[in-house]
Design a protein around this ligand. Structure first.
Ligand code: RNT
Ligand code: ZN
Length: 418
């Protein structure tokens, strides 16, 4: 028996003493997909001619080796996948369309512009998710899109929103799978607006126009993402949490919680059980804001653990779509993907291994000291043994050895990119 197997066997017994079935935990974990964001691979630049990012979001750093085209992005992502356990999906943005060198307006994008992505997804045996792109574009330069005061500009973006739903539908039908189609707009104002209602009315009207078309089946999972503020929209964002929570519950579509889009001390984890009473499903953008919505690489911190705890304790993983959302240009981008994805998986596994039944029993008894003791004692259970066994089962490196593989790839492949 290998050391990993030996250690797993003993860990399994330790957990069993507390009523936790590690085999079952692993089985559940391998059934929960994680959507990996394409945009970490190229600093959120995309393929439609942008040279920098707009919309109040920012990828900082100048580490060499970013993917410059679709082939490089796909190769890098596939390399990263080989180091990430669990079920993977790939999250695309409309600006990653492949138009064969011709300029295609975002309002005129077609499913065929994503054919190569679909073919690749089939080859990789992964699902895809989608996002319309309302930033890094001349018609978004003012910082306003769907809530823009100019009707023609709104119309352009409404057409983009509709085109994106059709693309998501085509991808879903081709893959015979669901596709999350998540909408976020950067709209907002730097300074205090005189009118807070007008932009919200316009945004609502634009969304109504986008979602008016009835799609042929339930494969497209529409969702809307709120935000507290952005760079250049510090004073007001029409698409606030209340705005989209109301909208999503009224329309029975999904709500997307980005962990960087709330006040720093606000707990996204606590919101899950409340909103799931009113919306059919949630998207969670796993991210890490430092002082602001800085989109740092996901690490296994308390905020992520708490979100995973809620999903696992309520057993609602079928109604939650987990997606990474961060962008760091100051490190090897493949490392960025692998670190965030492995950490998200660790947090899920940790949540699955907590002796929740025992905690609940203490809670029902009113013995909150014992409940807290169980939470704290759980931290030093042999988690790592289960994690390594899981990685081995999934044919990915069990520990930090993957770092050397990335270094190798950097030398062989990334270093050649000017
Ligand atoms: C921006 C939102 C949004 C983007 C991606 C690129 O603040 O978080 O989800 O990060 O669409
Ligand atoms: Zn997000």
């Amino acid at each position: 028996m290998s050391r990993i197997e030996q250690e797993y066997k003993s860990a399994r017994e330790t957990y069993a003493d507390l009523g936790v079935d590690t085999d079952q935990a692993i089985k559940t974990l391998s059934s929960i997909p994680l959507s990996i964001h394409c945009w970490q691979g190229d600093d959120v630049i995309g393929f439609d001619g942008a040279t920098s990012l707009s919309g109040g979001i920012l990828a900082t750093g100048s580490y060499p080796g970013r993917a410059r085209n679709a082939e490089e992005l796909r190769a890098d992502a596939a390399f990263a996948f080989a180091h990430i356990p669990g079920q993977k999906r790939f999250n695309l943005h409309a600006m990653y369309a492949e138009t064969g060198g011709t300029k295609v307006e975002r309002s005129a994008l077609q499913p065929r512009h994503f054919d190569a992505w679909v073919a690749w997804a089939k080859e990789q045996k992964i699902g895809l998710d989608f996002n319309p792109t309302f930033f890094s574009h001349p018609l978004a330069a003012s910082g306003w899109t769907l809530a823009h005061p100019d009707e023609n500009i709104r119309k352009y973006w409404i057409e983009h929103g509709k085109a994106s739903r059709r693309i998501a539908q085509a991808i879903a039908d081709s893959l015979k799978d669901v596709v999350v189609n998540n909408l976020w707009v950067p709209d907002g104002s730097k300074d205090m607006p005189a009118d807070r209602l007008g932009p919200r009315l316009r945004l609502k009207e634009s969304l109504d126009a986008i979602y008016a078309e009835k799609l042929p089946n339930d494969r497209v999972l529409d969702a809307v993402e709120s935000k507290l503020f952005g760079i250049g929209s510090e004073s007001y964002v029409p698409g606030s949490h209340e705005f989209y929570f109301g909208y999503a519950s009224q329309k029975a579509i999904g709500l997307c919680y980005d962990m960087g889009h709330f006040h720093p001390n606000e707990s996204v984890a606590d919101k899950i059980s409340a909103t799931l009473l009113y919306v059919p499903y949630l998207i969670i953008h796993l991210s890490r804001g430092l002082h602001w919505d800085s989109d740092h690489i996901v690490i296994w911190n308390d905020a992520i653990t708490d979100v995973c705890r809620e999903i696992i304790r309520m057993r609602v993983w079928d109604r939650i779509h987990l997606a990474l959302d961060y962008f760091d240009s100051s490190v090897n981008r493949i490392s960025a993907w692998i670190i965030g994805a492995r950490s998200a998986q660790r947090a899920l596994l940790y949540a699955l291994l907590e002796p929740v039944e025992a905690m609940r029993t203490e809670e029902e008894r009113g013995d909150f000291g014992s409940r807290l003791a169980l939470i704290e004692e759980s931290r030093s259970l042999p988690f790592a043994a289960v994690w390594r066994h899981y990685c081995e089962m999934q044919n990915v490196p069990a520990g930090p050895e993957w770092i050397d593989n990335v270094k190798e790839y950097e030398k062989k492949v990334l270093a050649g990119r000017a």
